[in-house]
Design a protein around this ligand. Structure first.
Ligand code: NDP
Length: 400
């Protein structure tokens, strides 16, 4: 019987715990640990009510390696599924190394004092994980995660050569608030205010934040303005998709959202350095996070859909081909199923599937892996089975 330790008790965790609990033949025992134990208890209670499955809960500061090691040893877990924040990635990986337990996350490590998304810190664990004969699976959410799998699937089945990838991400939902972020506000605002970057002909090209935009017709949602951004999956995909000439990432934002963001920036509320307030050190972005709605709380009245996919262009049987692989996910439906909105759901389901792939031995290998380095077939089947069905279409128009 396999045991999993899930760390973090936010929006994504709520989905992962429900989805793992619904598969007792894979996840024989679930331990949920986070900084605030009452949040773990709330999730556990809901899982008990909906699925009649017992979840053990614990308090844990995952920045403290010794605490995580002690918890892993206490429960003799087989895998640690990290859905806390990217700041905890390395400390949790250290704890996994010390206990020789597999590791999975959904977002790459970020140092707290600098908004910088790079795999280099986690890739540096390659030899250590290999030597310990354990596996680290990085970025098993939707983007990164499912988008990497779409590319791997396209490479295996749909193309002989892939030349261009455009990842397009739209949340066409409405939560009824003037301003809120769909996942952790601190991480979200750091990401969106960063400079845009894309990879072309072997080089990274940089753009001013949100300065490059275009309209795109998202299935299930309609035409929306999407903005070029940097996103972490491009860093591994540009290495692992052979023959690639360009990869870009686009995300939609509404006017209202962008106006609020501009004001936040103009007021300096996105600053991540400490300021002095009446003798107290305050990080403005951390303070702002306390003032904004908890992303989990948006779920109840959320309407509309997310629509995320990859437009992929390349060669098949000597002909130029363009395909669009995507998923549409409905906020109200995911709320009904697990009590979460679709952004948490689209992240939590692939995290569960990634963990399943390791625990059942399908992907289990020693070392540190990005998703597209692994065989996509069973993962893609599981997406259809566990709530994120995908479609492939011939795509006539290109992303400009
Ligand atoms: P939330 O802020 O809702 O939840 C984060 C949880 O982590 C909270 O319960 C928090 O505890 C806990 N936590 C924070 N610090 C620690 C610590 N030191 N020790 C233990 N627990 C801690 O975030 P989300 O659920 O929205 O996001 C979770 C992760 O998923 C993030 O890393 C995010 O970047 C990633 N993500 C990935 C996506 C993808 O597609 N790949 C998309 C969306 C999110 P407390 O409640 O006490 O603050």
């Amino acid at each position: 019987m396999k045991k999993v330790l899930i760390i973090g008790a936010g929006g994504v965790s709520n989905v992962v715990v429900h989805k793992c609990a619904a598969l007792p033949e894979v996840f024989g025992e679930i331990i949920l640990a986070s900084r605030t134990k009452s949040k773990c208890d709330k999730i556990a209670q809901d899982v008990k009510q909906r699925l009649n499955v017992e979840i053990k809960t614990e308090a844990l500061d995952a920045d403290n390696v010794a605490e995580t090691v002690a918890l892993i040893k206490k429960h003799e877990v087989d895998l640690v599924l990290n859905v806390a924040l990217p700041y905890q990635d390395l400390a949790i990986m250290d704890a996994c190394l010390e206990t020789k337990v597999d590791y999975l996350d959904t977002a790459n490590y970020e140092p707290k004092d600098e908004a910088k998304f790079e795999y280099k810190w986690q890739w540096a664990y390659q030899d250590k994980f290999k030597d310990a004969n354990i596996m680290a699976l990085l970025g098993s959410g939707f983007d990164p995660g499912v988008t990497n799998m779409y590319c791997a699937y396209a490479q295996k089945h749909l193309f002989d050569e892939i030349h261009y990838v455009d990842i397009v991400d739209c949340n066409g939902g409405d939560h009824g608030k003037a301003f809120a972020t769909n996942f952790n506000p601190e991480i979200n605002i750091r990401e969106i205010t960063a400079r845009g970057r894309y990879w072309e002909n072997g080089e990274w090209k940089s753009t001013d934040p949100l300065s490059v935009k275009q309209d795109f017709d998202f299935p299930g949602v309609g035409t929306r303005k999407m903005y070029l951004m940097y996103h972490e999956e491009m860093e591994s995909l540009c290495q692992n998709i052979k023959g690639l000439k360009r990869i870009r990432f686009w995300m939609t934002f509404g006017e209202e959202y962008l106006t609020h963001l501009r004001v936040i920036q103009n007021l300096g509320l996105d600053r991540i350095d400490e300021v002095d307030y009446k003798g107290q050190k305050v990080v403005p972005l951390e303070f702002l996070k306390c003032m904004l709605p908890d992303p989990g709380s948006l779920a109840e009245n959320y309407t509309g859909k997310t629509s995320i996919g990859c437009v992929i262009e390349g060669i098949k049987d000597g002909k130029k081909v363009r395909k669009f692989i995507y998923n549409i996910c409905d906020h109200a439906e995911t709320y009904k199923e697990v009590g979460s909105q679709a952004v948490s759901y689209t992240t939590g389901v692939p995290a569960m599937i990634g963990a399943k792939m390791i625990l059942t031995g399908h992907w289990k290998q020693a070392g540190v892996f990005n998703m597209e380095q692994l065989d996509p077939d069973l993962f893609m089947e599981d997406l259809n089975k566990y709530g994120l069905p995908w479609q492939v279409e011939e795509w006539s128009s290109s992303v400009e």
